[in-house]
Structures are given as C-alpha cells and as structure tokens.
Design a binder for this molecule. Structure first.
Ligand code: V47
Length: 369
C-alpha cells in the first residue's frame, strides 16, 4: 500500500497531522514522537519510517566486514543491566594479552576485514597508557585497519583517573591511530533511570561532552540507546532529543543504534522486549532523528530474522560480521556470535534491498545487486 493512501485512512486527528508532517519533510516534536509510541500502530510508523529511509538511502542496506573484540570483562562500574562486566576476583574474569588481541585482528585482516570494534569492561588496574597502547599496537601492525575503539565511558574514565581533559585524551588516542568512537555507554540519558541502572559511570552530560569533543577534533562517532528495561516512552524520546540536538550542533554522528535490552543474569532483571516494540522503536527513531543518515538494526540484539525485517521498517544497516561478541551474549541473546559476509548479503537480499559493503564511515566498498 502506498504510504499516502495509508494516511487517508487514519481517523485520529493527531496521528494524521504527524503523518502529514513526515511526508512534508518537517521535523517531529518531542510530543509527537511520544504520541507515536503510545498511539500509532506498527504498520503506520513502519510505512512512514521506510518512506523516509528510502528517501535517504534508496534501496541500499549496509553491512561491514568487521570484528568486535572485548579485551576484558573486568569492570569497576558494575552496571545493573549488564551481565558481562565482573569484578577482578570473579572466577569468570578474563583479560586478553596484547598478543591475543593482535592475533584476532590479524585473523580478521586476512579475511578482508576493515574494522575492529573494541569495547569491554573497565578494569581498576588499567592506566590511560593501556588503552592508548592497544590502539597504537593494532595500528602499528595493521595500518589499513580502521580502529573504532573505546566508548565515551572509557574516555571519561581515562580523563578521571589521569585528571586530563577529554580533548587531551582524544588527541593522544587519535595520534595513536583511533579512527572512530563506538556508541556504547549511552544507555538512557534520563537521570532517574541512570541512577538505577548505571549509577556509577559517566552521566548523560559527560557522555555527550565526550562525543562533542570528538566531533570537534574530527573523530566521528556513533550513538546508541539501551531500551526496554525500566524507561518510559518519554525517556526514550528525551534520549533521542538530546542526540538530535548534539547532531544539529556538530554533525559528527554517523548512525543511531537502538539496543534492545536482554535481562538474563543481570541484577536489574526484567523481560525481553517484544518484536513489535523493537520495530516501533527503530521506526520512530528513523522518523525523529531527521539529521541522522543511518539507523542500525544490530542483529546481535534483535536476532538475525528481526534485524532483516527491520530493514523494511526504517533501518538501513545491519552492522557487520562481528565474529565474536560477549556483552549481549552474556545477557542471553540467542543470535550467532558472528556471520559470514555471504550470510549478511543473503539477509539483505531477502529483505528486498541491495546489499552494500561499507567501511566504518559509510563509504561503499562493494555493491551486491
Ligand atoms: O554500552 C550491555 C549494551 C553496549 C546489555 O557503535 C546490553 O557501532 C542489551 O555499544 N542487553 C555495547 N545490551 C555495544 C555497543 C555497540 C554495539 C554495536 C555497534 C556499536 C557501534 C556499538 O551493549 C553497551 C550497552 O548499552 N549492553 N548489556 C544487555 N543486557
């Protein structure tokens, strides 16, 4: 059904006016996005979001040949939504040696990988040099590999333990070879929720300030939102509003990644989100974040099948081959730990889209029509 004829059938005055605004290319307000969460059905938001996505990205859907490396699960912050991070004394604690990390990067490099995504716990004994050396050594051995490493949480932590500014830390990381910053650690910006789910780590202002500084220094970054635990719809939209405001200011975000919460083994507990909630959240993100070029359907949290469907509900990117993921797997996701490039191309094709292999910065590397 054409999206225009779908709108003709909407009885609700507010939903009709929001839909018309979308088709006119006008920006949605906070209240309108909240309204969509409460009142709109999946078909409506999905059709509108896909209409917007096709205007931005045509029939292209992106993936990257990459690897995620989680060098350690030892973490001082012990967030209540996380079952990956453990204390140093925990029998499950691990820490990879530099050689182990380099071996993993080499494996990915030999398979045509272009990006390593590094994110892990924050061990009490790591100094700033440990974070910087890891980047430097990867870049020294594999100069062509893009290093997307350390979230705003790690960067804030480095700044805190060394009493150096974000700018200082980021400049040193950049000269060691850091190319981009992943979006992890945003969780939900609302103070009420953060106080309960992640009381000790960087707060919303600090997360945003790290990204603001990175953008000013020419380091692009990604943004995430962990949803489906104790936050309200208003708090989801407030989160996206703060990202949209910063994007207006800097233009440095490449992609928005809604991360569906998995509760297994967490102190916070709770239930897995429904598929309808996952798709609606992706669709509303596509509608609200008009200044973001890309919305990622992260197949690790959504599962391969739902991520594939999300490519028709406003998302245009699946992330990548990944090869190894421990954070969401600790919390119960049943998705594979990695997929071949061929599998990702197949998922995209079956969704009716044209698969585009990209680099970290969304430059196309190969098109698989
Ligand atoms: O920050 C932790 C999330 C994030 C759980 O930038 C959980 O391209 C669900 O940020 N259930 C790390 N999620 C992963 C991440 C990411 C992933 C893919 C791509 C990019 C990118 C970034 O994982 C954490 C946290 O928000 N997480 N625990 C959980 N129980």
């Amino acid at each position: 059904m054409q999206v225009e004829s779908l709108i003709d059938r909407i009885k609700d005055r507010e939903l009709r006016s929001i839909s018309e605004k979308v088709l006119e290319g006008k920006r949605l307000s906070f209240q309108e996005a909240v309204e969509l969460f409460y009142k709109a059905d999946l078909t409506l938001v999905g059709s509108l979001a896909e209409w917007v996505n096709r205007k931005k990205n045509g029939m292209f859907a992106y993936f990257i040949v990459n690897r995620q490396i989680n060098p350690t699960n030892i973490c001082v912050y012990q967030c209540n939504f996380c079952s990956f991070g453990v204390l140093k004394s925990d029998p499950r604690a691990y820490e990879m040696s530099l050689q182990e990390v380099l071996k993993k990067v080499e494996e990915t490099y030999r398979q045509g990988g272009r990006e390593v995504h590094i994110v892990g716990g924050i061990p009490p004994h790591w100094r700033v040099e440990d974070y910087i050396n890891l980047v430097r050594e990867i870049k020294r051995h594999f100069p062509d590999m893009v290093v997307k490493a350390w979230t705003a949480i790690e960067i804030h932590h480095m700044s805190k333990i060394s009493k150096r500014s974000y700018e200082d830390i980021l400049l040193e990381l950049k000269s060691a070879g850091l190319d981009a910053i992943p979006g992890g650690g945003a969780e939900i910006f609302s103070e009420r929720v953060r106080h309960i789910i992640a009381p000790y780590k960087a707060n919303a202002e600090e997360y945003l300030e790290v990204h603001r500084t990175a953008h000013r220094l020419g380091i692009p970054s990604n943004a995430t939102m962990l949803y489906g635990h104790i936050e309200t719809y208003e708090e989801r939209v407030e989160h996206m509003q703060r990202l949209r405001d910063l994007q207006d200011e800097t233009g440095g975000f490449q992609v928005f990644i809604p991360l569906a919460y998995w509760p297994e083994g967490t102190r916070l507990g709770g239930k897995r989100t429904s598929s309808v909630d996952d798709l609606k959240t992706i669709a509303i993100a596509r509608l609200f974040l008009d200044n973001f070029d890309h919305i990622k359907a992260y197949w690790i949290t959504l599962g391969e099948r739902l991520a594939q469907v999300a490519l028709n509900f406003g998302a245009d990117d699946l992330d990548g081959t990944i090869q190894e993921e421990k954070i969401v797997h600790s919390a119960g996701t049943k998705s594979a730990v990695g997929h071949s490039k061929e599998k990702l191309i197949k998922l995209i094709r079956e969704a009716g889209k044209i698969a585009v292999e990209r680099d970290t910065f969304y430059n196309p590397v190969a098109i698989y029509p």
